[in-house]
Design a protein around this ligand. Structure first.
Ligand SMILES: Nc1nc2c(ncn2[C@@H]2O[C@H](COP(=O)(O)OP(=O)(O)OP(=O)(O)O)[C@@H](O)[C@H]2O)c(=O)[nH]1
Ligand SMILES: [Mg+2]
Length: 244
């Protein structure tokens, strides 16, 4: 895998030098340290019980669990760095320095604080598409977007750095195993529209390119293809010119 190129504004020349030096320690150490040096940071947000932790666990293990009890996430949980191969033939990499799972019970103001504090390269918004839970998810998204707009109007250094860092925002419209196909499609389009219209005000180009992906984050039913597709998209977007 290529490391840095002049066209990649995320990789400072000094980082490239460090990476070249680290190669001397062997491929395994190099892979790990490279992730530490240039890996992307991911933040996972969304309303309570939408499936955030299920998503984080899938990314770490590539295994979907049965539906069932998962402890409520009480605080922000930072996963160690990881590098996984994705895509049908494993030709793509998702190189993550950190991934942070957040508590769904947190207030909207707190979630926005997390975004401004952690300044992720990618924001993954997990929503629940089932009946009443969908209404709650839609409201959560509207409130989250409104708060993001409000808190980024004044261009402090923190706000500018947060905006500059963001590369990609993805919505996972989850639990479609419990929703009729047509309804799921309508709801997916609806939340995608809300997020685009509002978050484009915060992250100009990135907000306009938000896509929502239907997912099922449990097995059975085996719909792993859906989450795989979303992850390919995420990896592709985060790769930039760095690995081409
Ligand atoms: N039917 C179905 N259940 C799911 C799906 N994804 C997750 N679940 C279940 O939903 C419940 C909540 O999932 P979590 O991943 O813990 O949700 P969370 O967003 O991390 O929840 P908090 O940490 O409390 O905010 C668990 O029982 C999961 O097994 C899905 O796609 N379909
Ligand atoms: Mg959780």
């Amino acid at each position: 895998m290529e490391t840095g190129t002049a066209g990649d504004n995320m990789v400072e020349p000094t980082t490239t030098v460090v990476i070249e030096t680290l190669k001397l320690f062997g491929p395994k150490a190099f892979k790990w340290l490279k992730t530490k040096a240039v890996g992307r940071t991911l933040l996972v947000v969304g309303p309570a019980e939408a499936g955030k932790t299920s998503y984080v666990r899938y990314l770490r293990t590539q295994v979907l669990q049965r539906e069932g009890y998962l402890p409520r996430t009480e605080d922000v949980e930072k996963s160690p760095s990881f590098l996984i191969k994705v895509g049908p033939t494993g030709q793509l990499y998702l190189d993550a320095k950190y991934m942070r799972d957040t508590p769904g019970e947190a207030s909207i103001a707190t979630v926005v604080k997390y975004v401004l504090r952690y300044k992720p390269h990618a924001l993954v918004i997990v929503l629940d598409l089932r009946g009443e839970e969908y209404e709650r998810s839609r409201k959560w998204l509207e409130d989250f977007c409104a708060k993001m707009v409000e808190k980024t109007t004044v261009k402090t250094r923190k706000v500018l750095r947060t905006q500059k860092r963001m590369r990609y925002i993805q919505i996972l419209t989850n639990k479609i195993d419990k929703v009729k196909k047509k309804k799921a499609a309508e709801r997916k389009d609806k939340v995608q529209g809300i997020a685009r219209d509002e978050l484009v005000k915060v992250y100009a180009g990135v907000g306009a390119n938000i896509f929502a992906f239907p997912t099922v984050l449990v097995n059975p039913p085996n719909r792993e293809d859906l989450i795989k597709n979303a992850i390919v998209n995420l990896s592709w977007a985060l790769m930039g010119q760095r690995n081409l």
